[in-house]
Design a protein around this ligand. Structure first.
Ligand code: FUL
Length: 487
């Protein structure tokens, strides 16, 4: 009886796929931290500092703290507006290149403590992290490696100062989930009154290994962004788009902070030995900081939607900057456009026309339900279809309702096993036969393709090349709503 039960249990397990080992993983895979970072899809940037009051993008470092006085500052307004736009984490410029600190650092006088803001008693990093915590957003900090105010910039004394500041920020403000290391460094500046040009050796001045160790020691859950990762990399432009081919893999020996080939960062590296998520930073306005003269140049909801497709839809993360104005508030137009952007996206992706559809595949991994083709239509990111071991090509067919037009295609790979698919196309069965409607050279965590509206009775996914057994976790077809134009 005991044996019969065991056999029955085994049969059940193999039928449901539970207990079946997963497909063989690639050697380069994301860490659990990276996986959860990428699933946020969209994060926000807050460029707010002395520049907001001097109408500059890069302060020289000699600006008087007396100029800094955001009279109506309300970090909760930022957080609420960001949350409504679907942003899951916000990153604040605790210190930009001019060296002015938004928190009362004990290591410098060049901070809010000598400003009129709350009579020198304010701490904007604290207000920011408290607001994020209150509304359930993650909080990240930007601490500019370049400091045009500090007298010791360019010498070891500044490195000690920088580490001390990092320590302050990572121990006094609760959980910090990202530290953003900018690549701009070295040039002219105030430097404590020296007013000169200081060049540093980009490869050796900053002890990045030690700096990273400080971050991970003090905030084990934090991800580190820089041109070179280690967790998240710059996408190579400040216009918010990833390459149409975008690998999460990178050869980190080929890039350094402030010294990296932007095309290489934009597409990643099929042969790369590290997993480094691409992040597309872009501002909702022409500048990173608020300038009243740019009030008429706020990106429209449709432009933001376009950027979503070019970042999240190309296997990267969308980092949108929204700069507060001199009152310390997001401008109304920025808030309205972000809200509308989210409404458009929600409308476009409301109905997956392939949900629970019949799916067949040219081959399936070892017969278990764990790998069955139908898993790509169940909207569960964890379940997946996998081709038979050893295959590098495969195809899947999905029956669809021929009366419904669609113009958006979604594909997702189970990237916890690595990024594999290197060439695919999508075909549609129409009265005249199979017609190719889209193609691509990488998928990754999420790939979105935009086409003109079309209908047909069957969809076919042809996978032509992969670096391991191809697998897919999700597939979807959608009809975009108003404001979601093809760009
Ligand atoms: C750049 C900086 O120089 C800009 O001021 C801004 O902070 C942007 C996000 O990164 O490298």
């Amino acid at each position: 009886m005991k044996y019969l039960f065991a056999i029955f249990a085994l049969l059940l397990l193999s039928f449901t796929g539970t207990g079946q080992p997963d497909i063989k993983s690639n050697s380069v895979v994301p860490s659990p931290k990276q996986l959860s970072y990428q699933s946020m899809e969209m994060v926000g940037f807050i460029h707010f500092s002395m520049n907001t009051f001097t109408n500059k993008e890069w302060g020289y470092g000699d600006e008087s703290p007396a100029l800094f006085d955001p009279k109506k500052l309300d970090c909760e307004q930022w957080v609420k507006a960001a949350k409504d736009a679907g942003i899951k984490e916000l990153i604040l410029t605790a210190k930009h290149h001019d060296g002015f600190c938004l928190w009362p650092s004990i290591y410098t006088e060049h901070s809010v403590k000598n400003s009129p803001y709350k009579n020198g008693k304010g701490d904007i990093v604290k207000e920011f992290t408290d607001a994020c915590a209150k509304f359930g957003l993650k909080a990240g900090l930007y601490l500019s490696p370049w400091d045009r105010n500090h007298a010791g910039y360019g010498t070891p004394a500044y490195i000690t100062y920088y580490k001390n500041q990092l320590h302050e920020l990572l121990t006094n403000y609760g959980k910090i989930t990202e530290v953003w290391f900018d690549g701009a460094n070295g040039g002219d500046g105030y430097y404590g009154g020296a007013k000169e040009t200081r060049k540093i050796d980009k490869k050796s001045y900053y002890p990045w290994k030690e700096i990273q160790e400080i971050v991970y020691r003090l905030q084990p859950e934090a991800s580190i962004f820089s041109d070179a990762g280690p967790d998240i990399r710059w996408i190579g432009n400040e216009r918010g788009f990833a390459g149409e081919t975008c690998w999460s893999m990178l050869d980190r020996t080929k890039v350094a902070v402030g010294d990296a080939d932007s095309d290489y960062l934009n597409t990643g590296d099929y042969f790369g030995s590290s997993w480094v998520i691409g992040e597309c930073d872009v501002s909702i306005r022409p500048g990173w900081f608020y300038h009243a003269t740019e009030d008429e140049n706020v990106k429209t909801p449709s432009q933001l939607v376009d950027l979503y497709y070019k970042s999240v839809g190309r296997n990267a993360v969308f980092l949108l900057n929204i700069p507060p104005n001199r009152d310390g508030l997001f401008a109304d137009k920025d808030v309205a456009n972000m809200k509308k952007y989210r409404e458009i996206l929600d409308k476009s992706f409301k109905e997956n026309l392939t949900l629970n559809a019949m799916v067949t595949a040219s081959c399936v991994q070892s017969g278990s339900a764990k790998f069955s083709p139908g898993n790509i239509a169940d909207s569960d990111l964890n379940s997946y279809w996998a081709a038979a071991t050893g295959k590098r090509q495969a195809s899947l067919e999905i029956a669809i309702d021929s009366t419904k037009k669609f113009d958006r295609i979604l594909l997702q790979e189970p990237v916890r096993f690595g990024q594999r698919i290197a060439s695919f196309d999508i075909q549609l069965l129409r009265p005249g036969g199979w017609q190719t409607i889209a193609s691509g050279t990488s998928i990754g965590f999420k790939r979105l393709l935009r086409i003109t509206p079309i209908a047909g009775s069957k969809v076919r996914i042809n996978i032509w090349d992969a670096n391991n057994t191809p697998a897919l976790s999700n597939f979807g077809l959608y009809k975009a709503g108003g404001g979601d134009a093809n760009n």
